[in-house]
Design a protein around this ligand. Structure first.
Ligand SMILES: O=c1[nH]cnc2c1ncn2[C@@H]1O[C@H](CO)[C@@H](O)[C@H]1O
Length: 322
């Protein structure tokens, strides 16, 4: 039998309830092979992100996948981090207080692991970045060839021409380390940004959760336990009877790219002031006479449309599969 080559992916993540869903979706996707997980602060602090990543791999029976611990500070060595425990619970996984994992992270740091894997499989590795972009920016700084060696970086981040979710200006992952995001977006790597303008179209409803609750699928019962906190947050903060599937949507942009369309242009990030974390895409409709911060910078891809029903269907299918 001819085996089609699976796309190699590294998940950079701050688990996180929707991160857990995205990790499980990836592990259930025949199109990809998860070759590592790197951890970062965001939904929880980095140490807890590492613990949760190891725990989730144990739940999935995939402790063979290496976990590399990432940065505990921003790219500018900032230690005042914004942690979204009010979205995911104090433990990041719906306040379930699971027992500690047995596994340990590898010795290599997240940035060193990213650089090494991109060197080893030049052009073949996709990073799916589900948290602030510190580790990826560190990899860019550590190895000048990283942006060329890495196949693609799919970023869950940004809010293009719309309000953010931290404040009207900023989306949470870009807000978490705006300097890192600006470094990654202008690095010259093949970057695809999946922002709130797309992920807010992809909602898992109360009815979908009921279907999960009735499923004997591999991850359904586990996810139903942790999803309560995430549903309550969306109910209270956004007046919704459902939740946004941010991370699983970005994951599927790597796994099944045909479900998305994108535009291309230079994206810069505001790194200070009340609009810190704002992502601004030059849509190239106007030729500016002056040199701007966008002039002569490498472009990135920005997702503009998604087949939302198909994304929800695939997420449900893969999470309820045996
Ligand atoms: O209101 C929020 N504040 C902070 N983080 C959030 C919020 N809603 C979702 N996320 C988390 O941030 C990423 C998307 O921006 C997702 O990973 C999600 O888990």
């Amino acid at each position: 039998m001819v085996e089609t080559k699976r796309k190699k992916i590294i998940i950079d993540t701050d688990p996180g309830i929707d991160d857990a869903m995205a990790i499980f979706v990836a592990l259930q996707s025949p199109e990809v092979e998860v070759i590592g997980i790197t951890t970062i602060y965001g939904n929880v602090y980095t140490t807890l992100a590492t613990r949760n990543a190891l725990h989730l791999l144990e739940i999935a029976g995939r402790s063979d996948i290496p976990v590399a611990e990432g940065s505990r500070v921003t790219i500018t060595k900032g230690t005042k981090l914004r942690i979204a425990d009010f979205v995911h619970g104090a433990d990041g996984l719906g306040n379930q207080n699971f027992p500690p994992p047995q596994g340990k992270p590898i010795e290599e740091s997240a940035a060193a692991f990213l650089v090494a894997q991109a060197n080893l499989y030049a052009g073949e590795v996709t990073v799916v970045a589900l948290g602030p972009l510190t580790n990826i920016a560190l990899a860019v700084q550590l190895e000048p060839a990283f942006s060329k060696n890495i196949g693609q970086i799919v970023v869950l981040g940004g809010a293009f021409a719309m309000n953010g979710n931290v404040n009207p200006a900023a989306e949470a992952n870009v807000f978490g380390d705006p300097d890192a995001a600006d470094i990654v977006f202008t690095s010259g790597a093949d970057v695809l940004c999946v922002g709130l303008n797309v992920t807010h179209q992809v909602v898992l409803t109360d009815a979908d959760r009921d279907k999960l609750a009735q499923s004997n699928g591999r991850f359904a019962q586990y996810l139903c336990k942790i999803l309560d906190v995430y549903f309550s947050y969306h109910h209270d903060a956004c007046n919704m009877n459902g939740v946004y599937l941010h991370d699983p949507t970005a994951m599927l942009a790597a796994v099944v790219p045909s479900l998305f369309t994108y535009t291309e242009g230079v994206v810069r990030v505001q790194t200070s002031g009340i609009t810190k974390g704002l992502t601004v895409l030059d849509n190239r409709k106007k030729r500016f006479d002056e040199v701007t911060g966008w002039t002569d910078k490498p472009t990135v891809k920005v997702a503009v449309a998604v087949d939302a029903p198909e994304v929800v269907k695939l997420v449900m299918q893969r999470l309820t599969d045996p």
